[in-house]
Design a protein around this ligand. Sequence first.
Ligand code: 0FX
Length: 246
Amino acid sequence: MKKILLLTDNEELLTRFKSLIREKGLSESSSYEFEYCFSPQNKVFIEKYRTVKWIRPLNVKNEVDFLSETYDLIISLHCKQIFPAALVNKVRCINIHPGLNPHNRGWYPQVFSILNGLPAGATIHEIDEDLDHGPVICQKEVKVESWDTSITVYNKVLDVELDLLNQKIIAILNGTYKTFTVGEGNLNLKKDFNSLCKLNLDEKDTFRNHINRLRALTHGDYSNAFFIDEEGNKVHLKIQLDRTNN
Ligand code: 0FX
């Protein structure tokens, strides 16, 4: 019996992962036992899962010994915590990442792909000591169209993450996959995203670059891009792109 811990802070992916392992008969299998955790700073999950036993908050940094002694495999499915070196060197840890490594590793990869033109996609990889870095198990590119915004690329990436998991889950659970390495690429942090959001009304650039900046910051209900007007008002904006057939 292999003990597997799935750590996630993403509701949609949690639901889709549980359906996947149910459909594959893995949740009732006597070969695997799955446990579920989320980050203690995830207020939505804390409230939602307050009264249930099957999922609980877990601070990875404080539980390195317990985790490495208890689990055969730890899967990060958009878990917001960084796994310490002491953990990843003791137990096999896998990351399902919404970017095409090594391009735009780190925060919100599709946002940066829209901006800098580097490929977008999804990657499943073993976790090493660096962020979104480590031997790649599988990955797939997602095409970014001129009419895409952050949310439309992101939704395609989530579908690809699930496709990759669907293809590789048994090999991942059993550790029977081959890996390959990719380069170092580039890394974006949360502060890089935050500084993109403030628009300078006097900035001169091409229409292409201005449109790209706005579509990279357009993601459903999130209020990302903003400017400060002459009277000091903070004004948020999004872009709408409609493709018509010629
Ligand atoms: O779970 P996740 O999709 O992924 C993020 C990182 O991008 C990823 O590299 C990391 N491995 C993972 C643990 O955390 O993040 P999210 O659900 O907070 O956001 C999903 C998308 O929503 C994001 O790609 C861009 C968009 N978004 C999110 C927030 C909170 C915005 O546009 N503005 C926001 O303020």
